[in-house]
Ligand binder design. Structure first.
Ligand SMILES: Nc1ncnc2c1ncn2[C@@H]1O[C@H](COP(=O)(O)OP(=O)(O)OP(=O)(O)O)[C@@H](O)[C@H]1O
Length: 302
């Protein structure tokens, strides 16, 4: 059973005296249980609308949504979802432990002060327990939001820009927490503008553009390189002889490209290159990163 299953999802926002705006135009998406799934796409693609639809916050205009095998409007299903919204509204005059205890109560969890403190420590807020939330930095507010999302060990974590405002070292910490969650079997659904973040955390990715899924799949499949390899030879390599055995000069000093369908083909090509007197210095697959995958899905040059 997928953790999230969406079929033909549509959402049109109504506008006064004008035609409605179609934010989602028939989205089909299946998020496997236990996966770390990244949603990416340009501004206005419909990502937040999609997230709000699968949480039952936004009422879809059409299509079906099943989350953890049920309806997102079912309180029993909602209790198993941890959600970190894009814009967090936090009570400024409260302290973090009071806030967590209140959220835990709203989620129907048994009061557990120690567990809440452990959670605040886990997200790196141990030193800020006696401070009012209103004085927290943006990153601290995000960490508190993450702690609230983690309350009660949810089966599904839905995070909208979780590392927004968090400094680079803090991001490493947040990533570590999210990786631990996935290792423990939690399904992660992540919306982030930071493609490197998605690349590091997620095993599957969907690209949303103008309210439609443009591409979806395992990260390594989407970014899988062609059969092209980048090869660097030591200075003095004979470009003409290398061209004769299938190596095209790649612009930079000593850099060449070669096509090889498999490892045997690659080694055969390298043997031919060595036979010309070329000495291998470096070899790597010519891969596409997520930015290039996104750019090609959107039809723009990376
Ligand atoms: N409440 C609303 N009323 C009217 N239009 C809306 C509303 N919320 C979003 N939209 C419009 O729907 C489209 C999709 O917005 P959405 O916030 O889902 O995109 P997004 O991919 O999350 O964008 P971003 O990356 O900028 O956060 C946009 O054109 C937006 O202006």
């Amino acid at each position: 059973m997928p953790a999230i299953e969406v079929i033909g999802l549509r959402k049109t926002y109504r506008r006064a005296f004008r035609p409605g705006h179609e934010a989602l135009r028939g989205v089909d998406l299946s998020v496997p249980e236990g996966s770390a799934f990244g949603l990416i796409g340009p501004n206005g693609a419909g990502k937040t609308t999609f997230i709000k639809s699968i949480l039952g916050i936004v009422q879809p205009t059409g299509g079906t949504v099943r989350v953890l095998g049920g309806s997102p409007e079912d309180p029993r299903i909602r209790a198993r979802i941890g959600y970190l919204p894009e814009r967090l509204h936090l009570p400024g005059s409260w302290m973090a432990p009071t806030f967590l205890a209140t959220v835990a109560g709203l989620k129907g969890l048994k009061p557990d002060k120690d567990a809440n403190l452990r959670l605040l420590e886990r997200v790196g807020l141990a030193d800020a327990l006696g401070r009012r939330i209103g004085g927290y930095s943006k990153g601290m507010r995000q960490r508190l939001g993450l702690a609230a999302a983690l309350l009660g060990n949810p089966a599904l974590l839905i995070l909208d820009e979780p590392t927004d405002g968090i400094d680079p070292l803090g991001r490493v910490e947040v990533r570590r927490i999210l990786q631990e969650e996935v290792q423990q079997g939690t399904t992660l659904f992540l919306n982030s503008h930071l493609l490197a973040e998605t690349e590091r955390l997620c095993d599957r990715v969907a690209i949303l553009g103008e309210g439609k899924v443009l591409r979806e799949g395992r990260l390594e499949e989407l970014s899988r390189a062609s059969s092209r390899w980048a090869v660097r030879f030591a200075p003095g390599a004979d470009a003409g002889a290398l061209a004769g055995v299938g190596f095209t000069a790649g612009g930079a000093e000593g850099l060449y490209h070669v096509e090889a369908a498999d490892v045997a083909g690659l080694n055969a090509a390298l043997d031919k290159a060595r036979a010309t007197g070329a000495l291998l210095v470096e070899l790597k697959r010519d891969g596409q990163d997520l930015e290039a995958v996104l750019a090609s899905a959107m039809g723009v040059a990376a």
